[in-house]
Design a binder for this molecule. Structure first.
Ligand code: PXP
Length: 259
């Protein structure tokens, strides 16, 4: 099981003051030394955290492979092709969202995705699609000849957080909040089953399977034990813990849980 560390939130902290401290580039060597297998960054259309220059330097200087997340917008695809990350993960993007809310609409964007994926492959960049754990979407992804899919673990993480009182008081919009405990337990079980089934099916389709979103020190072992998932991309919980323990310890702790 590989660990990709998403370092966007280092840039979020920098943007709070619009200065150059902390610099996400400084995380590269710490991630490498602490045993991370990959660096993940999201170059958003609104550039709310990672900027073009960060992405450019990170792609150039990192000794770990870079997994660059972005939308399927052609302007951004043209930019990332020049940066030559090892992999691009295509994600849905909505300006109003706090974070990526759901999987890509692969069916609705099929033709556009064919063009975008060809362009990325022509530039020798592997492609991953961030999708919900759904059989039809996995089949469509396989038809698009991508190397990877990344399964969205957000629903699982929300239900887990509800059951374990991990949600703050800002999550008014999560519909699971209204469910009784018994229902939540059932939902948690079924979301894990869904991820297991989806990852097994994807592996049969010759896709490599990553997973991510909302994974943390409490819930990660439920996902890291799924046989057909080979990589986890984790950001918020690692960077949050690093405020108290340092980035190195935060990554080491996560690696230990995963292993
Ligand atoms: N994977 C993808 C595709 C994402 O968009 C994100 C959030 O940027 C993550 C993983 C990491 O999610 P989190 O910050 O909740 O760990």
């Amino acid at each position: 099981m590989l660990l990709g560390v998403n370092i966007d939130h280092i840039a979020v902290l920098r943007e709070a003051r619009k200065i150059n401290d902390p610099n996400p580039v400084d995380a590269l060597s710490i991630c490498k030394l602490s045993g991370a297998d990959q660096i993940t960054i999201h170059l958003r259309e609104d550039r709310r955290h990672i900027h073009d220059n960060d992405a450019k330097i990170i792609c150039k200087q990192s000794t770990l492979p870079i997994n660059l997340e972005c939308s399927i917008n052609s302007d951004i695809i043209n930019i990332v092709c020049k940066m030559k990350p090892a992999r691009v993960t295509l994600v849905p993007e909505n300006r109003e969202e706090v974070t990526t809310e759901g999987g890509l609409d692969v069916k609705g964007n099929f033709e556009k995705l064919q063009n975008v994926i060809k362009k990325l492959h022509d530039n020798e960049i592997e492609v991953s699609l961030f999708i919900d754990p759904n059989k039809e979407v996995i089949e469509l992804s396989a038809h698009l000849n991508v190397e990877w899919i990344e399964l969205h673990t957000g629903s699982f993480a929300n239900v887990y957080a509800m059951l374990n009182s991990q949600l703050g008081n800002t999550h008014h919009t999560i519909k699971e909040l209204e469910l009784p405990r018994k229902e939540l337990k059932k939902k948690l079980k079924s979301s894990i089953k869904e991820l297991k089934k989806a990852s097994k099916f994807a592996t049969k389709q010759k896709l490599k399977v990553a997973a991510g979103h909302g994974l943390n020190y409490q819930n990660v072992t439920l996902i890291s034990s799924i046989k057909h998932i080979s990589e986890l991309n984790i950001g918020q919980s690692i960077i949050a813990r690093s405020v108290f323990t340092g980035l190195e310890n935060a990554i080491l702790d996560m690696k230990e849980l995963i292993e």
